[in-house]
Design a protein. Structure first.
Length: 183
């Protein structure tokens, strides 16, 4: 028998969308991250973090996909998903986590532990046990990016560079200073 946690994962979106996922207590948060990405049809290519939360869904200790050398907002050590099992963090029904995927688009998921049970060892976990609502396209929140690759844009950059060089000349800056300066 193994400890199984049933998690309800609700996407913060204009329509009702959630998935119920069962995980083994020995699964890592990387396993859960991959399952959430799969369950909502995301490609898993973006950075993500889980946060231990309270009843008011406030961010607590962070469990991140990759160590970026940053300090936690709360002052707690930042845990790595690969090194942290579900049972290291999740202890009981009603416990809450936040999951944020893609820090540019800020997809936010509310994770609620809705059931704890023991299952047979032959049950394959993690697994999706319920889906409700249609998940949006992962990039539907993406701002339109207009990249001007025309000759006019290239000429504009060249003009700016020439203006900076002219400024160096006006103020009598040496060639050595110009070489050491990024502009």
């Amino acid at each position: 028998m193994k400890n199984t946690f049933r998690l309800r994962i609700v996407l913060d979106h204009e329509t009702d969308v959630f998935r119920d996922i069962e995980v083994d207590g020995l699964n890592t948060f990387t396993d859960l991250h991959s399952m959430v990405q799969e369950a909502f049809g995301f490609d898993g290519s973006q950075m993500a973090s889980f946060y231990i939360s309270n009843e008011d869904w406030e961010k607590g200790q962070e469990i991140t996909l990759m160590n970026m050398g940053e300090k936690s907002e709360t002052g707690d050590p930042i845990l790595l998903m690969d090194d942290t099992t579900i049972s290291d963090i999740v202890f009981g029904k009603g416990q809450k986590l936040l999951y944020v995927s893609d820090f540019l688009l800020m997809w936010c998921f509310y994770v609620d532990v809705i059931e704890l049970e023991e299952t047979q060892d032959n049950v394959i976990l993690p697994r999706i046990v319920q889906s409700f609502g249609e998940a949006p396209d992962q990039y539907s929140k993406s701002p339109e990016m207009i990249i001007d690759t025309s000759d006019a844009a290239a000429q504009s950059l060249e003009d700016e560079k020439n203006e900076i060089e002219d400024m160096f000349d006006v103020f009598g800056m040496t060639e050595e200073f110009k070489e050491d300066t990024d502009y």
